[in-house]
Design a protein around this ligand. Structure first.
Ligand code: 6OG
Length: 175
């Protein structure tokens, strides 16, 4: 058995700040109706980091000094490609998160709070918790690692149900 080729390269970027995380509600395309970080395909003429910066600006209207923190490989049974996703994060950004055609940015509370974080009550008090039920199931495995800025690697295998939705089957995580 081999993973389906070609391998397609994608990015996802998150802003993590003062015990809160910026996610985008995906309005159209792949993952429509789900919350996710900001990202998309790496184009042939750019690096993965360049793609991550471009997509963050296109989808959320902000610029940030993104740092690479993880790699996830997604394999969907019956699919004709393998998804390689570079995960980025930043704890600061420039600009005002702004809704685009594709994404509507919203802040969520990260709980429990990361250690050594001097958060203020007004930062997080009114924020809703992360909407896990409207995200990719496997996000629960690695989103909690982001505030620590710790590198991670993961792989998830999915089956497709009769509606074409991804059903997680196996998950592997390592450093
Ligand atoms: P566009 O089609 O919008 O790029 N993506 C995933 N993100 C998460 N959290 N989990 C997954 O597990 C994902 N599979 C793909 C990568 C698609 C966007 O969706 C991300 C891109 O940011 C199944 O150009």
């Amino acid at each position: 058995w081999l993973p389906p080729l070609p391998i397609k390269y994608y990015t996802v970027a998150h802003i993590v700040q003062n015990n809160k995380i910026l996610l985008g509600y995906k309005k159209r395309g792949f993952g429509q109706g789900k919350y996710n970080g900001f990202g998309g395909k790496v184009e042939p003429n750019e690096t993965s980091l360049e793609a991550a910066m471009r997509e963050l600006e296109e989808e959320a209207g902000i610029r940030a000094p993104l740092k690479h923190v993880g790699v996830l490989l997604f394999i969907v049974s019956g699919a004709e490609k393998t998804f390689h996703i570079d995960i980025y994060y930043a704890s600061e950004f420039e600009g005002t998160p702004t809704e685009s055609d594709e994404m509507r940015p919203e802040w969520f509370s990260l709980s429990p709070p990361p250690p050594n974080n001097a958060m203020t009550a007004e930062d997080t008090n009114q924020l809703p918790p992360i909407p896990w039920d409207k995200m990719w199931d496997t996000d629960q495995c690695w989103i909690p690692l982001l505030p620590q800025g710790r590198a991670f690697r993961g792989r998830a295998d999915f089956d497709k149900d009769e509606n074409g939705s991804f059903v997680p089957r196996r998950w592997w995580y390592g450093l």
